[in-house]
Design a protein around this ligand. Sequence first.
Ligand code: HSE
Length: 425
Amino acid sequence: MKIINIGLVGFGTVGSGVVKVLQKKKKGLEQKTNCEFKIKAIADKDINSPRCVKVSKEILTNDVDKILNDPEIDVLIELIGGIHPAKEFIIKALRNKKDVITANKALLAEEGEELFRIAAENKREILFEAAVCGGIPIIKVLKQGLLANKIDSLLGIVNGTANYVLSKMEENNWEFEKALAQARKEGIAEADAALDTRGIDSRHKIAILAQLIFDADIKLEDIFCQGIEDIRLEDLRYAREFGYTIKLLAIAKSFKENTAGVYVYPALISEECLLSRVKGAFNALSLKGDMAGELFFYGKGAGMLPTASAIVADLGEIAMSTVHSPQSTVSKTKLEIKKIEELEKSYYIRFLAVDQPGVLAAIAKILGEQRVSIASVIQKERKEKEIVPIVMMTHYAKEKDIQRALREIDKLPIVKERLAVRIEE
Ligand code: HSE
């Protein structure tokens, strides 16, 4: 039986999970792949703290070079996260003819082009199933399962923390801060939770997915990104009155040939849509392929075992592939990016305005002047003395017109606060 020697860098939660799964599933993995997966070395800054798995002390080291320079090690599993020194470790491993498995979404989204070029030059693989949506094998679905498809659209809930926060606000009537504090306690949030709530983590993940979907290089700056920090508890309540819920969505859409849009923003989605039923820290992806039709994937996007499951699947891919993929001779698609300003959307808009005659008329006048047509409007009970929430749903309108109208409305002294959220059909 072939032996695949592994060097693991990063012995935290996910690293321990990988060891655990390899130990627990040893026999089944050998049967299925005809390979033995042997962890030859584990590098971490801290090799003394107790872990949930037992490993021989001899394989633990503080020195990553022991892994990177060991010619017997076939695969580097990089689980330290962040850009540096993870990038340098991966490059060195590729140049030393090791395949690489990584869960490092930020690194792939920001520096992927260079890393994949170096991998191809060295005829090695970089596999990254664990970087997006943890236990959902969406990377293999896009690379292999949907090979025959042009993906018309992908709508995803790819950040568990943001979904957890919105779900808890809705279910428990918690304010944003309380829900986020709880997400932190549950250990799903990034060390810097702003990455979750501002949509940055979702942007990294959709960048990785979109590159596979469109077979093109997607720059992070081409991806419009808006987070959930301005969503209030009342917005979730009002949305529900209209039959909607609010989710942070990562979106990749094909338009006409070689034109695509990639966006991250909170959106109202109908309560009848499957994505609206995704609660808590779960992830989900709704896809439409031109051959396979509509598909829906649901599962845990983070956590020790779901993430380890994805990493072990990548080990399986290495074990079962007989040749390394040769460098593609077909150049990448030149993709035209459809900017958010070019979209047409309907909107949910919530104002907090001074409760006096003519307020509604002043807002409606500006919307009308910018060709934004109101589909429905409700004025809620006074919030504080003199301040009243006004909630509107618009018909489809050009994004540019909406934004221009909102800028004008923001100048009205009677408008004290305003939130606008796209409605995703
Ligand atoms: N902070 C991330 C999330 C972890 O909440 O989805 C998984 O990538």
